[in-house]
Design a protein around this ligand. Structure first.
Ligand code: HEC
Length: 153
């Protein structure tokens, strides 16, 4: 009697345990996808106005530009963490090839960090849009290059 009860209880605990693990894994993937998409959204929010200044759509404002550039340099460190294994499945535009070419993908994220750090540096002392335009272009190229290869359009 006692043994049967124990076995029954063990079975129940085991099935609860497995379901919890499966749920946790699904949640983890969804959370990671949402995290990286949010990180990119915040990044783009800061990147956009710099682009508008470089293109002459809005007047160049050195202080705002420098703040945005510093934000982007900081934020560029964040999305990579969200590309966890298994997260090619779900509500995502990330291509599965990312995980097959992980070193290259990671290197492109590294390039974004490098170029945006340089942009933030240049922007600190810039007084004219001409002084930041080139480095802004270098940074934007990294966004584009990665999206072409690793993101669904
Ligand atoms: C190393 C690769 C890489 C770099 C560099 C990169 N991105 Fe992305 N980006 C991605 C991938 C992959 C996705 C798709 C993420 C997903 O849907 O899970 C994405 C998605 C986005 C999104 C959409 C987010 C959403 O809500 O779905 C925006 C906006 C974005 N990136 C902006 C940028 C900007 C701006 C830059 C440059 C400053 C940049 N990205 C640089 C790989 C990159």
């Amino acid at each position: 009697m006692v043994n049967q009860f124990k076995i029954g209880l063990m079975g129940t605990l085991l099935s609860i345990g497995i379901n919890t693990i499966v749920d946790a894994a699904e949640n983890k993937t969804t959370d990671a996808i949402e995290y990286r998409q949010a990180a990119f959204e915040v990044l783009a929010w800061n990147f956009g106005p710099m682009g508008a200044m470089v293109k002459g759509k809005i007047p160049f404002d050195a202080k705002t530009f420098a703040e945005r550039a510093a934000n982007v340099a900081f934020l560029s460190k964040m999305p990579l963490e969200g590309f966890i294994p298994g997260s090619e499945q779900g509500e995502t535009d990330a291509k599965p090839i990312i995980w097959q070419e992980w070193d290259d993908f990671k290197a492109k994220m590294g390039q974004l960090q490098e170029k945006s750090a340089k942009l933030a540096e240049v922007a600190k002392t810039a007084t004219k849009v001409e002084e930041v335009a080139n480095q802004f272009g270098e940074t934007a190229k990294v966004c584009k290059g990665c999206h072409e290869k690793y993101r669904e359009d």
